[in-house]
Design a protein around this ligand. Structure first.
Ligand code: AMP
Ligand code: ZN
Ligand code: FE
Ligand code: FE
Length: 293
């Protein structure tokens, strides 16, 4: 296994630090040959990434990452090779991003009501693209309310904190169906974060029924024994074992860009699955939003 593939990265289109062009430039610098850009709830970075990748002779796999909520936390679903220009797909993503705007504003209001005075304008500026809690955290850091991003989550915007507001609530199955509706290949991201190895087996049948085709196995900090267990599950369910670093920029996630060896088999199998898909994907209807606080 060599380090020339990274199938999980973020850019300024969501909460990464580097623009798609800058990300690709860095990928080239360290010798990556295949890179997937998987921004949260947006494909806004993909056109730029594809242009930069073409110029640098890197194989850019278009992707996305959809965050979903379950009891006890979040489950993320990656989607590879979505036909992202489909208008129905973009319409759903826009609803999710618009909800992120309102939710971001609401979190700032709650902070302000508690005397924590950061401004929505600053959060918006920091975010550039799809706004998320990491941007609120950065504004809190800048304003001196916390010393680290992690502290912002612990004190203010973590799931159990006073300024936490839920996102548009999707289940993991919803996210799988949403990606499938754009003919994309849904893959469960970092499955050990949640549901965890013990629960995973109980979850897989429903997710596979919904259209999931892969399991992120070679993920940033996962240990060799975790990797082996995930690989065995992927094989048992016929899922494609993918992998990557979840790179957002230095110091945000522990693994540097390209710092996680991923077998080329993952790329080959994703490409083969993308070749096999039909012309008309199943349609998707967004479930109604939950009450916002
Ligand atoms: P959002 O989708 O806006 O709720 O933001 C979720 C993102 O925040 C995740 O994708 C992580 O990148 C980041 N995140 C969540 N919890 C933490 C934490 N404790 N420390 C740092 N980043 C976090
Ligand atoms: Zn992120
Ligand atoms: Fe994630
Ligand atoms: Fe990610």
């Amino acid at each position: 296994m060599t380090n020339y593939i990274d199938l999980h990265t973020h850019s300024t289109a969501s909460d990464g630090i580097y623009s798609p062009t800058e990300l690709l430039r860095r990928a080239k610098e360290i010798g990556l040959r295949v890179l997937a850009l998987t921004d949260h709830d947006t494909t806004g970075g993909l056109n730029e990434a594809i242009a930069a990748a073409n110029a640098l002779d890197i194989d850019l796999i278009p992707g996305i990452e959809i965050n979903t909520d379950v009891a006890g936390g979040e489950v993320h679903v990656l989607g590879y090779y979505p036909e992202y220009k489909r208008p129905e797909f973009q319409a759903v993503l826009k609803v999710l991003r618009d909800a992120r705007e309102r939710r971001g504003q609401r979190m700032v209001e709650l902070l302000n009501e508690h005397g924590v005075t950061i401004s929505w304008e600053r959060v918006r500026e920091i975010a550039r693209g799809a706004v998320g809690r990491p941007h609120v955290a950065k504004a809190l850091l800048e304003a001196g309310y916390v010393q680290t991003i992690g502290e912002a989550f612990d004190k203010y915007i973590g799931t159990n904190c006073f300024a936490y507001v839920p996102r548009y609530r999707l289940t993991p199955e919803d996210a799988v169906r949403l990606i499938a509706s754009a003919n994309g290949l849904p893959v469960m991201a970092h499955p050990l974060d949640l549901p965890g190895l013990a629960e995973l087996r109980n979850w897989l049948p429903d997710l596979v029924d919904a259209g999931m085709v892969g399991l992120e196995t070679y993920y940033g900090p996962y240990k060799p024994e975790d990797e082996r267990a995930l690989r065995a599950l992927a094989d048992e369910y016929g899922l494609i074992p993918t992998g990557g670093t979840d790179f957002h920029g230095p110091g945000i996630h522990p693994t540097p860009l390209g710092g996680r060896p991923v077998p080329y088999e993952a790329v080959e199998r994703l490409k083969a699955a993308a070749q096999r898909r039909g012309k008309t994907p199943p349609s998707f209807e967004l479930p109604p939003p939950v009450q916002e606080k």
